[in-house]
Structures are given as structure tokens and as C-alpha cells.
Write a protein that binds this ligand. Structure first.
Ligand code: GDP
Ligand code: MG
Length: 436
């Protein structure tokens, strides 16, 4: 995978004191190859690595960072810059604002239109109107209506009218009823097709949209770039939406589209539910392409779910070397709340590869939870009192082997020792989550 490639590329630089022409060349070659594998066009990959090389050779390696770390930073900064630097925003000045959603069939236009409506209402606090302008498949109109019902956003549709007329009428309807944003879901074809292009061009001319968002399936890689170019040549769209980022995505499409078309990627969509739409953050995507773990998302996810008060309390207990099995039990419950443990851990840099060979299912935790649940509160508060006969009782009560109980208690003791040691060294951060 791309991340494995890059990991080994960066490894070559580890332990070397200076960035020189020689040690940079092979690393950049690996990076270039990795980018091409991730569907970045080879010309773009080449230009990219040339730019990184220039900066790397000019850079002085500070004592605090290794050449490897410096290269990671250079590569990441360069990727971020290439993808637009800052997160892009929607322009919603018109009254009403019209957003035209275009793209191939199956790219995710209808799903995205629903998500966008939800986003506009929930996050931007404006009232949206969805417009079903895909008149060729009756199922398409129905699909949008179902989505509209789910998110409680009205859907404008009209039988027997051409798409252009529907769009025009919808804008009038929005004016009359005070909808602030009109989202027009258009028809797509399986491939670029003149009739489709003409139709969206006509809609554009009729309703003068403030935003034209081109929807691309991130899984389609280099094809997405060619399609984007064809649409842009005809429509001059204002932004790109990358869908299906929850799949085995090739982040390379983001880079290639941005580089080729020079239009911002405005949203990424990762799932079929209405709340799985995200603003596109170039720095996060750079991290993702580099496979260094989606740390920011992890932190946000953790912050959302993690009870800050409890975290403080736990930290205090750890500082005073009072962390016991009652606390551990609470921690486990917190981790559970955050979702699938393996998915969470996979977001930590460098973890992805190690997790592959690890059988880390939730059953492992069920066993531990059963063991802890079979202890008395005093035993949890003071694990030292858990002697042989108590261990047998706990094993029986939890339905686990006595060896498993022993092993768990030993691991917990090791963990406590480690916390003590960290306390002595003066730095603790129990979940290894960066705080702001
Ligand atoms: P359209 O033809 O462009 O309107 O595409 P649809 O919105 O109908 O989506 C096509 C298929 O892709 C549907 O089965 C959607 O549920 C699915 N889909 C759309 N967006 C996403 C996404 O972000 N993630 C996943 N996993 N599936 C998606
Ligand atoms: Mg559709």
C-alpha cells in the first residue's frame, strides 16, 4: 500500500544526519512511485518530488529533528499546499443561492445533494430546497424524495417537464417561499455524453448557479481526473466533491484533480448517511495520502466522545499512582463508546500495518470486562488483595480460565508500573491523545 511504501521510504532516511543529494534521491523515487500507485499522474508526481527535493536540499536539519522527520514535514506541507492549503468554503450570496450538482451516474450526486442540504441547515443555519432534476429515471426522483423525508428537507419535483424548466420553476418556488439555498440534483450518464452535457449547460444558463459542484467517486482514480476535465471544459464548475472516501480510497484522485483543474475540493463524503459529509481539509488529506494516520479525526472523535471531566479525574488519579481497576473499567467503557477499537487504533500513525496481523476483536475486551465485572469493588480498588482463592472465584464467576485472570492482573500491574515511571519522568498522557 501507499502508506507502507512511504514508511519504508522514510526509513531509509532514518539515522542519517544530513539531507544530501544521495540520501534524498532514493527516498524521493519511492515517494514518486507511491504517489503514482495512488493514482497520481506520473507527471504530477514528478513535479511534486522535484519541488520537495529543492526544498529538502536547501533545508538545514535542526538538531531536534532527524532528516527523516524533516522530509515527512516537507512532503506533507507540499502536499497540503498542492491541494489548496486552506479549506474552501461555499459561496452563498445570491437570494436564493443556487447550487448545481453535476457528475456521472453513480458518482453519488443524489446522496451528496441530501447531505449538502442537511449540512446547510445544520451547520450554516439556512433553509434548503432540494430539486429533483433527474427526470429520466422515475426511481431517481423517488430516491431524492426518500432522502428529503429522512432529513426533513422539502423536495421540488414536477412531472412531465424538461429538467431546465423544473430548475427554473424551483428557483421561483424558493423565492416565493423563502428558501435560501436551492440544490439541483441533475441526471448523469455512465460516461461523458453530449446530451447530458448540453442539458446541464442549459440548466446553468437558465438559473445562473452560484456554485456548480462536480461530484467524483474517489474510487475511480485517474478516470475521475479525465471526467473532471471534460465537465470543467464545458461547465467551468466552482468546486469538487469527492465521494466514497469510506472505501479503500485512493487519495491520489484528490491531488490529481486539484492539480489538473485548479478548482478547490470543497467536500468529502464518507458514507451513505446524511451526517457523513465533511469539509475538505487539505492538511488532513495530505496526512491520509501519506498514510500517517488521520490523527486529527482521531482526536476529534475522541474529544467528542470522551468525557473531559472524567479524563481530568483519571489523570489526577494516575498522577497520584491511584489508578485502579474501577478506573480501568470506566476507561474500557469509554473506548467502547468511541466505536470499533481496531478502527480507532488504525488511525494512529504507524499502527495500521501492525494491526493487520493482530487479532484484535472486541471479544478480547469482553473477556477482560467479564473478569473485572466479577471482582468486588474493593478488589478493583485494591488489586493487591486478589490472592489465589479470589482469583479462582473471579475465574469461575466470569467463565474465563484462571490463566486468563492471572495474565490480565499481571498486565494491569505492568501498566501501573509504567504509569508510575511516567509520573517520575514528569509526563503523562494516558490515551496518547494530543490535547489543545
Ligand atoms: P448518482 O447516480 O450520482 O445520483 O449517485 P447516488 O447518489 O445514487 O449514489 C450511487 C451509489 O453510491 C448509491 O448506492 C449510494 O448509496 C452510494 N454512495 C454515495 N455516496 C457514497 C459514499 O460517500 N460512501 C459510500 N459507501 N457509498 C456512497
Ligand atoms: Mg442520482
Amino acid at each position: 500500500s501507499l502508506s507502507e511504501r512511504l514508511e519504508s521510504a522514510f526509513k531509509q532516511l532514518k539515522g542519517q544526519g544530513r539531507i544530501t543529494e544521495i540520501n534524498v534521491a532514493s527516498t524521493l523515487k519511492e515517494i514518486r512511485r507511491a504517489l503514482v500507485d495512488a493514482d497520481v499522474h506520473y507527471k504530477i508526481a514528478k513535479e511534486f518530488t522535484d519541488r520537495v527535493k529543492e526544498k529538502a536540499l536547501g533545508a538545514k536539519v535542526l538538531q531536534a529533528v532527524s532528516p527523516g522527520q524533516l522530509m515527512v514535514k516537507l512532503v506533507q506541507d507540499e502536499l497540503t499546499a498542492l491541494m489548496g492549503g486552506q479549506a474552501a468554503s461555499l459561496s452563498l450570496e445570491q437570494k436564493p443561492s443556487v447550487i448545481l450538482v453535476v457528475g456521472l451516474q453513480g458518482s453519488g450526486k443524489t446522496t451528496f445533494s441530501g447531505k449538502l442540504a442537511y449540512f446547510i441547515r445544520q451547520k450554516l443555519h439556512k433553509s434548503p430546497l432540494l430539486v429533483a432534476a433527474d427526470i429520466y429515471r422515475p426511481a431517481a426522483i423517488e430516491q431524492l424524495k426518500v432522502i428529503g423525508q429522512q432529513i426533513q428537507v422539502p423536495v421540488f419535483s414536477e412531472e412531465g417537464l424538461p429538467a431546465v424548466e423544473i430548475a427554473r420553476k424551483a428557483v421561483t418556488e424558493a423565492k416565493n417561499h423563502g428558501y435560501q439555498v436551492v440544490i439541483i440534483d441533475t441526471a448523469g450518464r455512465l460516461a461523458i455524453d453530449e446530451a447530458m452535457m448540453q442539458e446541464v449547460a442549459d440548466i446553468k444558463a437558465a438559473v445562473n448557479p452560484e456554485e456548480i459542484l462536480f461530484v467524483a467517486d474517489a474510487m475511480t482514480g485517474q478516470d475521475a481526473v479525465n471526467t473532471a476535465k471534460a465537465f470543467h471544459d464545458r461547465l467551468a464548475f466552482t468546486g469538487v466533491v469527492l465521494t466514497k472516501m469510506d472505501g479503500d480510497t485512493r487519495g491520489g484522485a484528490a491531488l490529481s484533480i486539484k492539480y489538473t483543474i485548479q478548482k478547490p475540493i470543497k467536500f468529502v463524503s464518507a458514507g451513505e448517511k446524511p451526517d457523513t459529509l465533511d469539509i475538505f481539509y487539505p492538511d488532513r488529506m495530505a496526512q491520509r495520502i501519506l498514510g500517517m494516520g488521520d490523527i486529527v479525526s482521531l482526536v476529534e472523535k475522541a474529544q467528542e466522545q470522551y468525557d473531559a471531566e472524567m479524563a481530568k479525574r483519571l489523570e489526577k488519579k494516575i498522577r497520584k499512582n491511584q489508578f485502579d481497576l474501577n478506573d480501568f473499567k470506566e476507561q474500557l467503557a469509554q473506548i467502547r463508546k468511541m466505536g470499533n477499537l481496531k478502527d480507532l487504533l488504525a488511525m494512529i500513525p504507524g499502527m495500521g500495518k501492525q494491526l493487520k496481523n493482530l487479532d484484535l476483536n472486541d471479544d478480547a475486551f469482553k473477556g477482560i470486562e467479564a473478569i473485572i465485572n466479577s471482582m468486588t469493588p474493593e478488589e478493583r480498588a485494591n488489586p493487591d488483595i486478589i490472592d489465589g482463592s479470589r482469583r479462582r472465584r473471579i475465574a469461575q464467576g466470569s467463565g474465563r480460565d484462571i490463566q486468563e485472570v492471572n495474565q490480565f492482573l499481571k498486565q494491569f500491574e505492568q501498566m501501573r508500573q509504567m504509569m508510575k515511571m511516567m509520573n517520575k519522568m514528569g509526563s503523562i498522557n494516558p490515551l496518547h491523545i494530543r490535547k489543545n
